[in-house]
Design a protein around this ligand. Structure first.
Ligand code: V55
Length: 270
């Protein structure tokens, strides 16, 4: 499938979506939201194991396109409604709950609205040249579209409010320090580091990974009492769906001695 504003490639069971408006620092215009909706629907349905999202050129994603997403639609009937619906659909209706691991490979500038979907990716690895900032306050809006909420969930309050209220950009090292990202690597190593993590994830049972991710997400808003019940229920559901795949894990350890559970994965394909 080809798109106007993004590139979608598939290699070794890893789908890579590259935001491809480098002349606009990969700012998200309405067309990009429509393209991302379709692309993520495709990734959801295909049998790729890991999704990577990155940017073309020297930018990861400069946020919502100020002219095409915010300003131009002001006078039009419906305004931003259609584009905003599409943006929320791909970020929160699809990417956030995608039943496979997602990695943001932050290759450069990452601003404003990009934080909304950076925050809902499972992992983020950045090039040491990447810069992150909540630029909203710098031009007279608040971080909306879930950005304030998600940043406040991801970061400590002091760090979140500093980004939100100063609009001051931070480097990748600082971003790793405040745990906005998992790791920072030299630019030329970003693809290798990203695919290295993807390879680790590909060794795990994909069904189990999907349940890990869902339970982690849903647990956030539950009481301990509810979470204990939910985790037991989801484990029981996984046992049905996976036909107790963990019995293989137990036998390969105790009987075959073919792997060490603390250090590596059982062979879930057996
Ligand atoms: C922003 C982001 C949005 C949006 C409106 O903070 C404003 C910027 C992620 O979507 O719809």
């Amino acid at each position: 499938m080809t798109y106007e504003t993004i590139l979608v490639e598939r290699a070794d069971d890893v789908t890579t979506i590259t935001l491809n408006r480098p002349q606009a620092k990969n700012a998200m215009n309405p067309q990009m939201h429509f393209d991302m909706c379709r692309a993520l629907a495709e990734v959801e349905a295909d049998d790729s194991r890991v999704l990577v999202i990155t940017g073309a050129g020297d930018s990861f994603c400069a946020g919502m396109d100020i002219k095409e997403y915010f300003y131009d639609p002001e006078g039009q009937p419906g305004g931003r409604t259609a584009a905003r619906k599409a943006a929320f659909e791909w970020m929160f209706g699809r990417l956030r709950i995608l039943p496979k691991p997602t990695i943001a490979a932050v290759n450069g500038w990452c601003f404003g609205g990009a934080f909304a979907w950076l925050a809902v990716c499972d992992f983020a690895i950045a090039s040491e040249t990447a810069k992150f900032g909540l630029s909203e306050v710098n031009w007279g809006i608040i971080p909306a579209g879930g950005v304030t909420k998600l940043v406040s969930q991801l970061l400590a309050p002091r760090d979140a409010l500093h980004l939100i209220m100063t609009g001051e950009p931070i480097g990748a090292r600082r971003a790793a320090e405040i745990r906005l990202i998992n790791d920072v690597v030299p630019s030329e190593q970003l693809p290798r580091a990203t695919l290295g993590l993807a390879d680790e994830l590909k060794k795990k049972n994909p069904t189990v990974l999907a349940y890990c991710k869902e339970v982690f997400r849903v647990d956030q808003t539950l009481t301990l009492e509810e979470a204990l019940a939910f985790e037991s229920a989801k484990w029981a559901e996984l046992d049905v769906v996976s036909k107790k795949t963990w019995h293989q894990g137990a036998l390969q350890f105790k009987q075959d001695r073919s792997y060490r559970p603390g250090l590596e994965s059982y062979d879930w394909k057996k």
